[in-house]
Design a protein around this ligand. Structure first.
Ligand code: ZN
Ligand code: ZN
Ligand code: FE
Length: 762
């Protein structure tokens, strides 16, 4: 068929996969096709986006180039499949309703921070959405957390119960409008609204009541995108310590929301990376080096992050957050911590929140748009360079591309900071952060989330991968799971495989992996944690590890660094003299039990944990005899070390075959403590010694195995000082160093490695 002008008319069917739903892709296609003057249609289906275009051949190819080259800002095009059809004289371009249709599983868009255009409208007294706390558009707003099923259309979201008013409906159906097919669209007339209790205020009254309560030092539960936050004025020491008391969270740092980037810069050292992350559409909590509290304006209460070198900052990401800050009568810095009790999952259902947070919150700033999928804030550490600490809101459930094809599988993750990974083909969908999976509440959240993911992506796992630890509830769950074959993956092997997968290493490649963390079940039944592996996806060799010491069973030692110190001192042959801080911190009974355990007269746990060695050194320096949150001693040790590198003493581990012996380091540290050397210098010396150990072992193993690639993983590498020192030394030795950029080095990244190991074995 030819047109009058003589060019050939063609008709093409295009299937676009990637992040293409809920990001304004259909209106984008509509505008593009209309501009070029093509006929046809576009629709969402469960496989992504499907369209047909008809017109002169060169115009159609221009359309296809633009489609891939200039997608909407929040979209990510992974693939376009195109086929030729016989031209059918299609009518003018239109958007057609979604059909559930067949096709490969697609993507659910993550939640997106409110955009500037929406904020301008919210602040414009002449706009019909002036002051509307749930304003959103095609470019911003909730996505993942309101999705009930796919395709992503309004009846399949939490907005199903809200009928659009004529004005909203006009915008929704107008291809030229920013809200064309924006599923969560609404306004003060037809959409969800906020409310404050006590009192009956809604809308603006509710928000100003919440501001007043916060100003008066109250604790307010604020319903957000992925769940409830507990908020209080971060400048108010009494309010912050009361929140800690009620939440039973003595010292673990609390995140602080600030109104803008200028305020963030006054509270912390905001690097260029940190500023970019703070202002990104994902809006994570960004951990930055804090400025001395006495010098900041506005001030931050000491108990926000006691003895911590970092402060966790985030910018407002919902319109409601902005309304809390927009007015002069509101606080300037807000503690915004997950609405939960200690390590339980975040509260997201209104009734459950009332039950569980009832004793903590004085007031409730809520809204009536249901949250369907809970999702905590993400956390990224951004000192020297970004290290993911928690991959959750804003990132989940975007898939990570695997370097090779895997069968449909589910990796259930570890226990602490649990996430799971659903994978099929080359896609790995990492779940949002779920929490400590040793509790029944988290396991229930895990189970619900697994069901959601498998339904969203229609993946039926044939393989279920779990950690080797016989005591993990996730492993027990995997064993009960009816689907397919069970694959047990050693903890530290999974850590290393996780970095390998992130860096797209092929199935035949090998690395020298340093997996340093607190605890992971070893193939010999001991608790491992300072593991040097020569590893591929399919197998690993444990080439070296820290010499075992015996610690009390359970997690008691993790909470009492002085116990780790007693065990390490004894193993190093150092007498428990009462002048040593960990000995002074111990009771007579502690000493008796510790001695009996190290001599095998009482049951204990044999461990090669690097986390516990950091604890031991911290305790010998008298920093942190008792820890109230994970890795507290290590964080304090790192804080002391920074700035003291040039004055650091030289310590050295002994390497004896496969065993790394810390005795020489401990001996020198104890001598320096007794000689009155400043703790900061000793801490710096210890960091340098661990970095040197890594470089030395890489040198030895690199030659022996002909491997020039080193992977660093495990929670210990959240210590950015250690990570940087190790990387520098390895680079000097000519090694390529792989570190985490997508998933956390801690156990939150474990599931990706489990998926890669199980997938490679399949
Ligand atoms: Zn918007
Ligand atoms: Zn409306
Ligand atoms: Fe671990």
């Amino acid at each position: 068929m030819t047109t009058l002008a003589g060019s050939t008319v063609i008709r093409r069917r295009l299937r676009v996969t990637g992040v293409v739903q809920g990001v304004g892709f259909r209106p984008h296609v509509y505008r593009l096709a209309s501009e070029i003057g093509l006929c046809g249609w576009v629709s969402n289906d469960s496989g992504g986006l499907i369209m047909e275009v008809e017109g002169p051949a060169e115009e159609v190819s221009r359309f296809e180039r633009c489609l891939v080259g200039e997608p909407p800002p929040l979209a990510r095009v992974d693939a376009v499949e195109a086929t030729f059809l016989r031209p059918a004289g299609l009518a003018a371009f239109r958007i057609v309703e979604s059909s559930p249709g067949e096709g490969a599983p697609t993507f659910v868009s993550p939640d997106v921070a409110v955009c500037d255009a929406c904020l301008r409208e919210m602040r414009d007294p002449a706009d019909r959405r002036f002051g509307y706390p749930l304003i959103n558009c095609t470019n911003c707003g909730p996505r993942f957390t309101i999705t009930i099923r796919l395709p992503y259309d309004r009846p399949n979201t939490s907005m199903a119960g809200f009928t659009m008013c004529p004005a909203c409906s006009r915008e929704y159906h107008d291809p030229a409008d920013r809200r064309f097919h924006a599923q969560p669209v609404g306004c003060p007339r037809c959409g969800p609204d906020v409310a404050y209790e006590p009192g009956q205020g809604t809308g603006e009254l509710a928000v100003s009541a919440a501001r007043a309560a916060l100003r008066q030092g109250r604790i307010v539960a604020v319903k957000g995108v992925g769940g409830y936050h507990l908020a209080c004025n971060a400048s108010d020491e009494a309010a912050v310590s009361e929140l800690r008391r009620r939440k039973r969270r003595p010292a673990k740092p609390l995140a602080v929301m600030v109104r803008d980037i200028a305020t963030a810069r006054r509270l912390g050292q905001v690097s260029r990376d940190a500023a970019r992350l703070l202002q990104s559409v994902q809006r994570p909590i960004v951990l930055v080096p804090r400025r001395p509290a006495s010098q900041t304006e506005p001030s931050v209460a000491p108990s926000v992050a006691p003895d911590n070198p970092y402060i966790g900052l985030l910018l407002p990401y919902t319109p409601l957050h902005h309304l809390l800050f927009d007015w002069a009568d509101g606080p300037r810095v807000l503690v915004m911590t997950s609405g939960n009790l200690s390590e339980e999952p975040i509260c997201y259902e209104d009734r459950d929140a009332r039950d569980r947070l009832g004793r903590i919150a004085d007031g409730w700033l809520t809204h009536n748009r249901p949250i369907h999928v809970p999702c905590d804030d993400s956390v990224i550490l951004a000192g020297d360079r970004p290290i993911p600490v928690r991959r959750s809101r804003g990132y989940a459930p975007l898939p990570i591309t695997l370097p090779f094809e895997v069968p449909p599988l589910l990796a259930v993750g570890g226990e602490l900071k649990n996430t799971f990974c659903l994978a099929a083909g080359r896609r790995a969908w990492m779940s949002q952060h779920l929490g400590d999976a040793s509790s029944a509440a988290t396991l229930a959240a895990f189970e619900r989330s697994v069901a959601q993911f498998t339904r969203f992506y229609s993946v039926r796992p044939e393989v279920v991968a779990a950690d080797l630890h016989p005591g993990y509830l996730t492993r027990a769950w995997a064993e009960r799971h009816p689907a397919g074959r069970l694959e047990l993956v050693q903890h530290h092997h999974a850590h290393i495989a996780s970095v390998m997968a992130e860096h797209a290493l092929g199935p035949g490649e090998r690395v020298i992996g340093f997996a340093f963390d607190g605890t992971g079940y070893g193939s010999d039944g001991a608790i491992w944690g300072a593991e040097v592996l020569v590893a591929g996806y399919r197998e690993f060799e444990r080439a070296a590890h820290l010499r075992y010491v015996t610690l009390p069973p359970g997690d008691r030692a993790a909470r009492a660094p002085y116990l780790a110190a007693l065990a390490h001192l004894r193993a190093a042959g150092i007498y428990w003299a009462p002048d040593l801080p960990p000995v002074a911190a111990a009771s007579r009974e502690d000493l008796g039990v510790a001695a009996a355990q190290s001599e095998g007269r009482l049951p204990g746990v044999r461990t090669s944990s690097m986390g516990r060695l950091f604890d031991a050194i911290g305790a010998v320096l008298g920093l942190c005899p008792r820890a109230t949150y994970e890795a507290q001693a290590a964080i304090e040790l790192q804080a002391r070390a920074a700035g003291n590198l040039s004055r650091a003493p030289a310590y050295r581990f002994a390497i004896d075959g496969e065993e790394i012996d810390p005795a020489p380091v401990l001996g020198a540290v104890v001598a320096d403590v007794r000689a009155g050397r400043p703790p900061g210098e000793i801490a710096a010396g210890f960091h340098l010694a661990v970095a040197a150990l890594i470089a030395d072992l890489a040198g030895i193993l690199g030659c022996r195995h002909g491997v020039r690639r080193v992977a660093l993983s495990g929670g210990v590498f959240q210590n950015e000082l250690l990570a940087r020192l190790a990387e520098e030394k390895l680079a000097q030795g000519g090694f390529e160093v792989l570190t985490h950029q997508m998933v956390p080095p801690n156990d939150g990244g474990l599931a990706l490695g489990q998926a890669a190991v199980a997938g490679a074995a399949a």
